[in-house]
Design a protein around this ligand. Structure first.
Ligand code: ZN
Length: 95
Protein backbone atom coordinates (compact mmCIF):
# COMPACT_ATOMS: atom_id res chain seq x y z
CA UNK A 1 0.00 0.00 0.00
CA UNK A 2 1.27 3.43 -0.83
CA UNK A 3 2.40 5.63 2.02
CA UNK A 4 1.65 9.30 1.94
CA UNK A 5 3.38 11.87 4.07
CA UNK A 6 1.41 14.93 4.87
CA UNK A 7 2.04 18.09 6.79
CA UNK A 8 -0.73 20.19 8.24
CA UNK A 9 -0.19 23.55 9.80
CA UNK A 10 -2.04 24.19 13.02
CA UNK A 11 -3.30 27.34 11.30
CA UNK A 12 -5.13 25.11 8.79
CA UNK A 13 -6.75 22.86 11.36
CA UNK A 14 -10.08 23.85 12.72
CA UNK A 15 -12.42 20.88 13.07
CA UNK A 16 -12.17 17.68 15.05
CA UNK A 17 -14.42 14.70 14.42
CA UNK A 18 -15.47 11.95 16.76
CA UNK A 19 -16.34 8.66 15.14
CA UNK A 20 -18.67 6.15 16.74
CA UNK A 21 -18.91 2.42 16.19
CA UNK A 22 -22.37 3.07 14.71
CA UNK A 23 -20.66 5.12 11.95
CA UNK A 24 -22.07 8.41 13.21
CA UNK A 25 -19.49 11.17 12.91
CA UNK A 26 -19.71 14.35 14.95
CA UNK A 27 -17.78 17.32 13.60
CA UNK A 28 -16.84 20.07 16.02
CA UNK A 29 -15.35 23.48 15.44
CA UNK A 30 -12.37 23.80 17.78
CA UNK A 31 -12.50 27.59 17.57
CA UNK A 32 -16.03 27.75 18.93
CA UNK A 33 -17.55 26.00 21.89
CA UNK A 34 -20.90 24.68 20.60
CA UNK A 35 -23.87 26.49 22.14
CA UNK A 36 -25.21 23.24 23.51
CA UNK A 37 -21.94 22.60 25.35
CA UNK A 38 -21.38 26.09 26.76
CA UNK A 39 -23.52 25.43 29.80
CA UNK A 40 -21.61 22.30 30.70
CA UNK A 41 -18.28 23.85 29.83
CA UNK A 42 -17.33 20.77 27.87
CA UNK A 43 -16.35 20.81 24.25
CA UNK A 44 -16.89 17.17 23.35
CA UNK A 45 -20.24 15.41 23.68
CA UNK A 46 -20.38 12.42 26.01
CA UNK A 47 -23.07 10.62 24.06
CA UNK A 48 -23.25 9.73 20.39
CA UNK A 49 -26.19 11.56 18.78
CA UNK A 50 -26.65 8.63 16.40
CA UNK A 51 -27.08 5.67 18.74
CA UNK A 52 -27.28 7.46 22.15
CA UNK A 53 -24.46 5.26 23.46
CA UNK A 54 -21.80 6.84 25.63
CA UNK A 55 -18.46 7.27 23.93
CA UNK A 56 -15.48 5.51 25.43
CA UNK A 57 -14.94 7.35 28.71
CA UNK A 58 -11.43 8.33 27.64
CA UNK A 59 -12.57 10.04 24.44
CA UNK A 60 -14.44 13.16 25.58
CA UNK A 61 -11.91 14.27 28.24
CA UNK A 62 -9.03 13.79 25.81
CA UNK A 63 -10.83 15.70 23.06
CA UNK A 64 -11.57 18.48 25.58
CA UNK A 65 -7.88 18.66 26.47
CA UNK A 66 -6.89 18.60 22.82
CA UNK A 67 -9.23 21.50 22.09
CA UNK A 68 -7.81 23.49 25.00
CA UNK A 69 -4.26 22.88 23.77
CA UNK A 70 -5.35 23.81 20.26
CA UNK A 71 -6.89 27.07 21.47
CA UNK A 72 -3.77 27.98 23.43
CA UNK A 73 -1.52 27.37 20.43
CA UNK A 74 -3.84 29.07 17.94
CA UNK A 75 -4.08 32.13 20.16
CA UNK A 76 -0.33 32.20 20.72
CA UNK A 77 1.25 31.41 17.36
CA UNK A 78 -0.56 29.13 14.93
CA UNK A 79 2.16 29.39 12.25
CA UNK A 80 4.80 27.95 14.52
CA UNK A 81 3.27 24.48 14.84
CA UNK A 82 2.78 21.87 12.16
CA UNK A 83 1.63 18.26 12.31
CA UNK A 84 3.34 15.69 10.18
CA UNK A 85 1.52 12.49 9.40
CA UNK A 86 2.34 9.29 7.63
CA UNK A 87 -0.70 7.54 6.29
CA UNK A 88 -0.62 4.09 4.79
CA UNK A 89 -4.33 3.63 4.50
CA UNK A 90 -7.05 5.22 2.54
CA UNK A 91 -9.29 7.77 4.27
CA UNK A 92 -12.29 5.58 3.50
CA UNK A 93 -10.77 2.79 5.66
CA UNK A 94 -11.17 4.91 8.76
CA UNK A 95 -14.09 4.41 11.04
ZN1 ZN B 1 -23.11 5.92 17.80
Amino acid sequence: MMQTDFIVSLADIRFVEIHCKCKTKVTMDMQELPESRKKEGNFAPLICPGCSEQYDSAVAPAVNQFQMAYKSLVNASPESVTFRGVSSRDVSDRV
